[in-house]
Design a protein. Structure first.
Length: 339
């Protein structure tokens, strides 16, 4: 994924846009601090605003019924339905477990699947048009944790590793977008923003670094392409125009699966799995080598600084191997789905 252009957004009141949707050839930006919605034309030139009944922080569009779905500030229990003039005409109560009752960052409606995707800091989950829970799509631990390994020395001089999974500070989901069998999710990790694409079974298909010191507030669908509403340095808004045509990506995936003969597909899958197995074997050999390296230094010296230096080096290697192993697991799941 590449960002082709960054378009700065300005309005007459210099307030930040927290969320956006593209509908009927217009952009709709939310400014909850002033109870306003700004409507721009498709060229982001001319705009008008609507005064809203409440402070809304997220918006999506149901083009079948020509209605907006909105989230109110500090409301974790309801989705509000509004007409094109932003007058509330209905209410969807969320029937979800307490686990998912967190402040909502973003919602997205997929009219083909007839479901609403909801993004909180820790979860992306889906509900029916009536608000009933369907499933958890992704949780933050899959992108917001890291593994640390400490080597413990036995009385006989041998060492063994203790592995701990710890959360990465300042990691949270911001928004999502669904098309076909793919789900796109944006998250912030250590002040950098990323955009990932998942399969229908939740396997990671691709991961994209977008930029540092920004937050992706909305993933916007325009003419089968992905654009992003960006908040930079907590002050400035931009629209990032990307080179991603999600429709083509979905078609390519289907073509790869359906366009190849079954025998050819099975051969490809077999070759991929063999390659993955070879890589896994190499990783295990590296782990054994690292363990021997640590055992050797422990037996040869009592200098704690030297031992600590080698231990830190081994930890870094193990962290990298853990990341590679997770990628291999994702590849195996992708191949399994491809079959």
């Amino acid at each position: 994924m590449n960002v082709l252009k960054k378009i700065p957004l300005k309005n007459s009141i210099n307030n930040q846009y927290v969320n956006c949707v593209y509908a009927n050839n217009n952009y709709y930006f939310l400014v909850p601090s002033l109870d306003l919605v700004f409507k721009y034309d498709m060229f982001l030139d001319n705009f008008e605003n609507y005064v809203t009944e409440k402070k809304y922080i997220s918006i999506t569009y149901n083009k079948i019924d020509n209605l907006f779905y909105l989230i109110r500030e500090n409301d974790i229990n309801n989705i509000y339905v509004a007409d094109l003039e932003f007058k509330e005409v209905g209410l969807i109560k969320l029937n979800i477990s307490e686990k998912y009752r967190q402040n909502i960052n973003d919602i997205y409606y997929n009219e083909k699947k007839k479901r609403i995707y909801i993004t909180t800091n820790d979860y992306v989950y889906s509900v029916t048009e009536d608000g009933y829970f369907i499933k958890e799509e992704y949780d933050i631990t899959k992108v917001g944790t890291k593994t640390t390994t400490t080597m413990v020395k036995e009385l006989d001089g041998s060492c063994y590793p203790i592995t701990t999974v710890v959360p990465i500070p300042n990691t949270y989901f911001t928004c999502c977008f669904s098309f076909g069998n793919s789900l796109w999710i944006s998250y912030v990790r250590e002040d950098s923003s990323y955009l990932i694409r998942l399969s229908s079974k939740g396997s990671l298909i691709e991961s994209n670094y977008i930029d540092s010191d920004i937050k992706i507030n909305s993933i916007i669908s325009i003419n089968d392409c992905i654009n992003l509403l960006i908040l930079s340095d907590d002050v400035y808004n931009y629209i990032y125009i990307t080179d991603v045509n999600y429709y083509n990506k979905e078609q390519q995936c289907e073509h790869i699966i359906d366009g190849i003969k079954i025998e050819q597909c099975e051969d490809c899958c077999s070759n991929i799995l063999s390659s993955i197995a070879s890589i896994a074997l190499e990783l295990s050999n590296i782990l054994m080598t690292e363990g021997k390296k640590l055992n050797k230094i422990v037996k040869e010296t009592t200098n704690s600084n030297e031992i600590l230096e080698v231990s830190n080096s081994v930890n870094k290697t193990i962290d990298k191997i853990t990341e590679l192993e997770q990628l291999l697991i994702d590849k195996i799941e992708s191949v399994s789905e491809g079959k």
